[in-house]
Design a protein around this ligand. Structure first.
Ligand code: GCU
Length: 674
């Protein structure tokens, strides 16, 4: 361990590094970006111009101030377009001639579009694309692109692996950490326009006057960057802070409490986004405590914030241990019957899969099943089940796999992406949320590579049909550099990393095999305790006869929750993709995989393939030392070694456990567990 040099790279700048371009291309870029024209001074235009100046100063040299048309190479920022295709947040960047002078115009209908356009323009230089003849138009396909912070008021972060919460409730509102400005810049650079500041397992305190004042100070800081603040609401707040005896949504006193609370919030935060609610899930209070439904609860809250333009985001992550049914079925069973009954300003937020952010899950059956409701996507950015911040796992392919899944709800091509962006059912209020991986660590995410997961989330929320590989490449160039000897291997490492984690943790459709509570290392033997569906043995169902969870019609029949063609495929061994095999099927150890291997041999080989991939990443990264600054290189190298050992740990523990049931030898060439 070597003490870092004082000004060493530590990852704080994220992908907004703005390091000088190579001398060979500097003049060409500088000619196009020599000056910035004066702008109208709204707070957002001010930060847009400041960002452009900061970026250009770092990349190609400090720009002058000059009117458009007065010389070549002026950049003009305009927020007064009337281009309907751009909507409220889109932008268009064009190279135009003004008074015979080459001018770059970054135009939008509203100032926030200009800010997004500025970040895009800077990224073109950061990734060494030409800015000579530009005509780029882009508008977000999803309306609310949000981070969900699972941050507690005492600054601990539920499932957070990057230090304390960046929201310092103790010192707010008197002191606002300037770091929040950098947080806002990073989010705006990828189009994120909303942040839920507190944990879904919420405390009612967050809705008291002192905390509203604190949230207002955060909102004031984020507002110029186009980011709205939301709060998680605790269902029982009327009792805990309102002095009421009940939180029954049909009790007029309860509705009056929430209406008054909404009025108080909007007085302090005029553009407050709304509430996120986890109700009747994992022991949280909710309307069902009073014999009411999700609809009763969500609509009552929606009526409180509706007059102010607010929304209610109601989570579909519900399951109850009092129900003997397969946990994977409960979200659908509870919500599907309510389709069409929620208010227009309610969004049902659905996790990508039906269990809980596992390394791999088939898409959640609710996607495509509620065409008359606003249905939002909830991804997890923090890697609760994917090795926290020490394992290098790029989540782009996970997000893309889900978004590209075809629900077949309205025939072929009814992808999850088209449900989420509203295309499929013509819905306007659309949401993509990511459970944030951000904390007070200098590098924000706990590891250099986890920054890429924040980045790819934002980019896919802007365009759910974008390519995770192309995004990985942009991120790598902006974060580490443009040398092809670096870019190619890093992108390759990233793109295979999620599949490798699936392999060494839960191959072939296995799921929920992690250690209890911590959710970090392997724990396929976890059993007992308060509820079966918090154990590993419940999900793997390993025994002498085989392994896997039968969700076909002979089992829990969860496959019936999908569109008929999709469900039939999942239930059919000839059709189901082997990556989901044991999610849907319970199979004998000697079942033949497509490779010709038995299930047992194939499982063992997959565990080993995962470990081998991490070995490969270690080797590749070692060769990249010449292209990465020493401090970041060393940190990543250390983490990769940890990941190597822990991939082995997962493999060995899992094989040792399952071998007690399979009672079969390891396939040739496989080393016995250490
Ligand atoms: C997971 C996670 C919890 C979290 C929950 C949720 O179960 O482990 O910490 O509260 O998801 O999404 O509400």
């Amino acid at each position: 361990v070597v003490a870092p040099a004082a000004r060493a790279e530590d990852g704080y700048d994220l992908w907004l590094r703005y390091k000088p371009v190579e001398a060979s291309v500097r003049a060409a870029y500088a000619a196009r970006a020599a000056a910035i024209a004066p702008t109208r001074d709204t707070p957002t235009m001010k930060v847009a111009r400041a960002e452009l100046e900061r970026g250009l100063t770092g990349l190609v040299g400090k720009p002058a101030s000059a009117a458009a048309g007065s010389r070549d190479g002026v950049i003009l920022l305009k927020a007064d377009s009337a281009d309907t295709a751009l909507g409220d947040e889109g932008y268009r960047i064009r190279t135009l001639t003004v008074n015979g002078r080459t001018t770059t115009v970054i135009a939008a209908n509203r100032d926030v579009g200009v800010l997004y356009g500025v970040f895009r323009y800077l990224s073109l230089i950061q990734t060494r694309q030409s800015v000579d003849k530009l005509d780029i138009a882009s508008a977000p396909k999803v309306k609310l692109r949000m981070l969900n912070h699972w941050d507690n008021l005492n600054r601990t972060v539920e499932r957070g692996y990057a230090g304390q919460s960046i929201f310092d409730w103790w010192r707010l509102p008197g002191h606002v950490d300037p770091r929040l400005v950098d947080y806002a810049r990073a989010n705006a650079s990828i189009g994120i326009n909303g942040a839920v500041l507190n944990n879904v397992n919420a405390k009612a305190d967050s809705l008291t006057a002192p905390y509203i004042a604190k949230a207002a100070a955060v909102a004031d800081t984020l507002r110029p960057y186009g980011i709205k603040v939301y709060l998680s609401a605790r269902w029982s707040a009327p009792i805990e802070i309102g002095g009421l005896k009940s939180a029954d949504p049909l009790d007029p006193a309860v509705a009056a409490f929430w209406k008054a609370k909404a009025d108080e919030l909007y007085k302090a935060i005029p553009d407050f986004g709304g509430f996120l609610v986890k109700a009747n899930s994992e022991g949280q209070p909710g309307p069902q405590d009073y014999g009411r439904t999700h609809v009763d609860g969500a609509n009552m809250l929606a009526d409180a914030v509706g007059p102010h333009g607010g929304v209610v985001i109601w989570r579909a992550f519900v399951y109850s241990h009092q129900q003997p049914d397969d946990r994977a079925k409960q979200g659908y069973s509870e919500f599907k019957p309510f389709d069409g009954q929620f208010r227009d300003n309610v969004v049902i937020q659905v996790k990508n899969g039906a269990i809980d952010f596992q390394p791999r899950e088939p898409f959640h059956p609710l996607f495509g099943a509620m065409p008359k409701s606003n249905l939002g996507m909830e991804f997890q950015i923090t890697k609760e089940y994917l090795g926290f911040s020490t394992h290098l796992v790029y989540l782009g392919p996970l997000y893309e796999e889900t978004l590209k899944s075809d629900t077949m709800a309205e025939g072929k091509g009814s992808t999850v992406a088209k449900v989420v962006d509203g295309q499929l059912d013509g819905r306007k209020l659309t949401v993509m949320a990511g459970v944030a991986n951000i904390g007070s660590d200098r590098n924000w995410s706990g590891s250099q590579f986890d920054q890429a997961n924040w980045y790819v989330f934002g980019r896919l929320a802007w365009d759910p049909e974008a390519s995770s590989r192309a995004i990985a490449e942009d991120w790598t160039r902006m974060t580490f550099g443009n040398d092809p000897r670096l870019v190619k291997p890093v992108v390759a490492m990233m793109m295979g990393s999620r599949e490798a984690a699936v392999d060494y943790m839960t191959p072939l459709g296995l799921h929920h095999q992690m250690g209890r509570d911590g959710h970090y290392g392997p724990g396929p033997w976890v059993s007992g305790g308060p509820r079966a569906d918090w154990t590993s043995v419940y999900y793997a169902k390993a025994g002498p006869d085989g392994v896997g969870f039968d969700r076909t019609p002979t089992g829990s029949n969860a496959t019936a929750q999908y569109a008929p063609a999709v469900g039939a495929c999942f239930a059919d061994l000839k059709c189901v993709d082997e990556k989901n095999l044991l999610w849907f099927h319970h199979l004998p150890w000697d079942y033949r995989l497509k490779s010709g291997d038995t299930l047992w041999d194939g499982m063992v080989r997959r565990y080993s393939a995962g470990v081998a991939y991490v070995d490969g990443m270690n080797r590749t990264w070692a060769t990249l030392a010449p292209y990465v600054d020493a401090r970041r290189h060393a940190e990543v190298a250390d983490y990769l070694k940890i990941q190597r050992d822990e991939a082995q740990w997962w493999r060995d523990a899992s094989i040792a456990w399952f071998q007690t049931f399979s009672k079969r030898p390891l396939p040739p060439g496989e080393k016995p567990p250490a």
